[in-house]
Ligand binder design. Sequence first.
Ligand code: SF4
Length: 441
Amino acid sequence: MLFMNKTLNKKMKILTYGCQMNVADSERMSRQLSTIGYEMIDEIEEADLILINTCCVRESAEDRVYGKIGEIKHLKRKNPKLIFGICGCMAQKEGDNLIKRAPHIDFVLGTGRVDQLIKIVQNLEEKNNSELGIRNLELRQLKNSAFRITHSEFIPIMYGCNNFCTYCIVPYVRGRERSRKPEEIINEIKSAVANGAVEITLLGQNVNSYGKDHKLANFAELLTAVDKIEGLKRLRFMTSHPKDLSDELIAAIRDGKNICEHIHLPVQYGSDRILQKMNRVYTVEKYRQLVKKIRDQIPNVSLTTDLIVGFPGETDEDFNETLDFLREIKFDAAYTFIYSKRSGTPAANFPDQVADDLKHKRLQKLMDVQNEISLEINQHLQDQIVEILVECASKNDENIFTGRTRTNKLVLFEHNDEKPGDFINVKINQPQTWILKGERY
Ligand code: SF4
């Protein structure tokens, strides 16, 4: 067959919206597509294949996707052979309705069918070729391995979620939890490491409940097994639901060699009344005890969290409790969000929706309090030497490179001859709220 040893020089552009799971899915799809000759490019106008990997967690994200779908219409007019597909959460939720709404979309691929991507794309290529005549595409040998491996890889270990937080659409669009087999995950990581990855992040909506569906290994056991892979230098994971973070897992992190001392532990709110309305299934006190346990066992751990303000029924009292909780726990960083109605979720129909201006005021207050805490914590790193994994040039200045500490703090330093994937020591001389500036040591 034509495509066995040689490949066609075809160009793809994948636009990714939403969470790290989507980023990981896009990487997987790009690796799959590279096996049939597609190369990733920056300029969307030159693409033979465009995929939009969508997110429907927030309605505003959906609106942005619809805007982008509209923009691609003129590219399809210019190049009728362009293959255009939608995947991710919106594809799962809306299905073929998307094609009814925008007939220039060639295919819609739900989150459970990603393994069919190649077949679908090849069918469309064949259809294009028979309808339009085979294109005179340049044949060339594949220069690199078909798989694009970077020094830092995201590996999904499970899909879906069983938790049904009342504000979240994920369980409806991504389905119930399905854990991948430990062997499959370990083999994938071994192959990524053999190809140059030094950092792995295990991904799932709630990694702590990994394995409950197949009982082959729980998350602590998986983490410990991955930690032993030769050549791996840093191991991370996200996201952790506080209700499922076990003592066994804390011990695994404490005892691990390469498991980074960072836990992203979304609390979402700081009052029991709202936590209950959110269906988070833990109390403030339980969370407090969990943090104490983690900090007792892993003394230099960094803790980050997610917080939602303006949830329906939120009162001044609830909000003040949350501020007090933040001051008490002292997270290294918090990702703060304004609650926005997501149709299809129970909370969208809750009474007492909070007025927009009040939500914004509360968000600002929350950020002010957290920023002070983050700065205070980071200032303790003044003049300290930290080991970082070099990432890339900063967006604003190519002479400045970024890297991360094991505790996941972003460090900026002046670039000399460092390459992405190098480990270097940096002396912190300017700790700030969100970043640490330093110099090579
Ligand atoms: S744990 Fe809650 S917020 Fe996270 S994905 Fe599941 S339902 Fe959504």
